[in-house]
Design a binder for this molecule. Structure first.
Ligand code: TYD
Length: 217
């Protein structure tokens, strides 16, 4: 089995830039890297993504929302992630199951144990070896996102229109998940420059790959 690394963070945390940078470095180091994202990453997942993001779907219930993210995830795990890992490749995923715990569990306040249980079933037990969480105060993330809209670099989706309290719960949720499982989570201060963040990720990752390599032997 190859290495599975997921990226988490609030919108505006710079995940996409960091994932692209890490993919490049890992490829240069000889990894067979597959880069994917949630929701989406498959033809079916992309159709589900457009339902989830559609601003006209304001009446979507929290439960329907969670099950749609889960459906996209089930397809992605079976069709893309698991086969690549089984071939020994490295998978980098822009958001994974922890997003549902953070946004639908902590954010929408669905029952956390239930969300965890469904998620275990949906992911067929596939858990990232490492989850990189780019931490950012909610206000900074929202301001960055706002600036991207103003510069017409981003498209507003349904999840971008929640009250501040919602994003605060999501961030607190991420931080408590990271505290509960420190061996899997790497928390990085995303207020640093792009290069600083890239460097911290790379340093910790090299350490971890070494450790995991040792453990796998
Ligand atoms: P996206 O445009 O991919 O934004 P980002 O660059 O922040 O990943 O939008 C994904 C949105 O979906 C984001 O606001 C978080 C949300 N989301 C959930 O609420 N639950 C989930 O399980 C996932 C995967 C994403």
């Amino acid at each position: 089995m190859g290495w599975f690394i997921s990226f988490e963070g609030l919108d505006g945390s710079g995940k996409t830039t960091q994932i692209a940078g890490l993919a490049q470095r890992l490829r240069a180091a000889g990894h067979d890297v597959l880069l994917t994202r949630e929701p989406g990453g498959t033809a079916i997942g992309d159709q589900i993504r457009s339902i989830l993001h559609d601003m006209r779907n304001a009446e979507m219930t929290a439960l329907a929302e969670f099950l749609l993210y889960s459906a996209s995830r089930a397809q992605l795990v079976r069709q893309v992630i698991r086969p690549h890992l089984e071939r020994g490749g490295t998978v980098l995923c822009d958001r994974f199951a922890d997003s549902s715990l953070a946004y639908q569990g902590y954010g929408r306040q669905l029952d956390l144990d239930w969300v965890r249980e469904v998620t275990r079933f949906v992911t067929e037990g596939v858990v990232p070896h490492l989850t990189i969480y780019l931490d950012l105060p909610v206000e900074i993330g929202l301001a960055r996102k706002q600036a991207a809209f103003a510069a017409q670099r981003g498209e507003r989706n349904r999840l971008d229109t929640q009250p501040l309290e919602f994003y605060r719960r999501v961030r607190d949720g991420y931080l408590s998940m990271a505290r509960a499982e420190p061996q899997r989570w790497l928390v990085i201060d995303a207020t640093q420059s792009i290069d600083q963040v890239q460097q911290s990720i790379w340093e910790r990752l090299q350490h971890l790959l070494l450790e995991m390599g040792e453990a796998a032997r």
